[in-house]
Design a protein around this ligand. Structure first.
Ligand code: MTE
Length: 301
């Protein structure tokens, strides 16, 4: 059985990985300067072949605004308009701002971040995201001391998003973080994947990604970031409070009420290949465990 281990990678390994990677997406090594894309922190896996394919990442999705089937987002988001697009940062700040997605993308350079996505349903993917730390965007406003949490709001557009015509969730899709979680460098604003602009089905033009939390915490197509005093209620907490808590950190020791979270299936590995063991904080514990010291993570699930 292939053992996946979250591990530190050296610059040399990064370079080799990149060469393989560039080959794998069909770009000549000479056509792209490796230094154009700074590599952030640690990668999930040492071996580039462990990356989930572009095909799987973009055709096996959860995005209920476009339907509840795994292929629905790919099929139904093709015509979705992501221009013009504005993101507002408001709430407990001195002066709220609205920036266009283009402004954000050009103001804050993206880097390659290879992180594993662990879905609460029990599957995972290793994805070469492009993005930057959410803290850089939040630092564009002056945040008041009264701000303790951050709420994210996805776009509401039932004209374009058929799924929003049905009450499968409380629309718009909402998620939240404690402010120190949002300021953690691993909390990412995603602008692309496989060095291409973010496909609609993955949350274009901008989505959040938190590698240590279940995938549903990572809201797609965000239009609003609100600094708030009180813990926000996410769409999933509202729809099923005993199944989805505010924190939703990946935790193999806390089962979902209807299934275990101890193991996961790697998308693309084939249905017969063995499941791997789920790691605490999805393998990012060295970086994020200190955010939760002294907390009972069974109670705060
Ligand atoms: N964001 C919005 N707006 N709507 C959604 O339905 N699904 C979440 C999350 N973000 C969702 C969302 C879930 S359950 C997961 S697992 C991830 O997006 C999936 O991200 P991916 O399709 O890029 O793999």
């Amino acid at each position: 059985m292939k053992k996946y281990k979250y591990s530190e990678i050296t610059p040399e390994q990064i370079y080799n990985k990149r060469r393989k990677f560039i080959k794998s997406i069909g770009l000549g090594v000479g056509s792209i300067s490796l230094s154009t894309f700074p590599f952030f922190g640690k990668a999930y896996s040492q071996n580039k072949t462990d990356l989930t394919t572009y095909q799987d990442i973009t055709t096996y999705n959860n995005y209920y605004e476009f339907g509840t089937g795994k292929r629905d987002p790919f099929k139904n988001s093709k015509e979705f308009k992501t221009k013009p697009w504005n993101v507002t940062i408001e709430g407990e700040v001195d002066s709220p701002i609205t920036l266009s997605a283009e402004e954000i993308i050009s103001l804050l350079p993206s880097e390659e971040r290879i992180y594993k996505l662990r879905c609460v349903e029990g599957w995972s993917m290793v994805i070469p995201w492009m993005g930057f730390s959410l803290s850089k965007l939040l630092n564009k406003v002056s945040i008041r001391n009264s701000a303790k949490f951050v709420e994210f709001e996805s776009v509401y557009d039932p004209e374009q998003m058929k799924g929003q015509r049905y009450p499968v969730l409380n629309w718009p899709y909402r998620e939240g973080l404690r402010i120190d979680e949002a300021m953690h460098p691993l909390a990412t604003v995603v602008t692309g994947l496989y060095r291409k602009p973010l496909p609609n089905q993955n949350g274009a033009p901008l989505r959040i990604f938190l590698p240590w939390k279940y995938g549903f915490k990572s809201a797609k197509a965000i239009v609003k970031i609100k600094l708030v005093k009180k813990m926000p209620t996410s769409s999933w907490m509202r729809s099923s409070p005993n199944e989805y808590g505010f924190y939703s950190n990946v935790n193999p020791n806390v089962s979902h009420p209807r299934w275990s979270q101890a193991t996961e299936r790697i998308i693309g590995e084939g249905i017969l290949s063995p499941r791997i063991e789920t790691e605490m904080f999805n393998g990012y514990g060295d970086e994020v465990a200190n955010l939760y010291s002294g907390m009972d993570l069974k109670k705060n699930f």
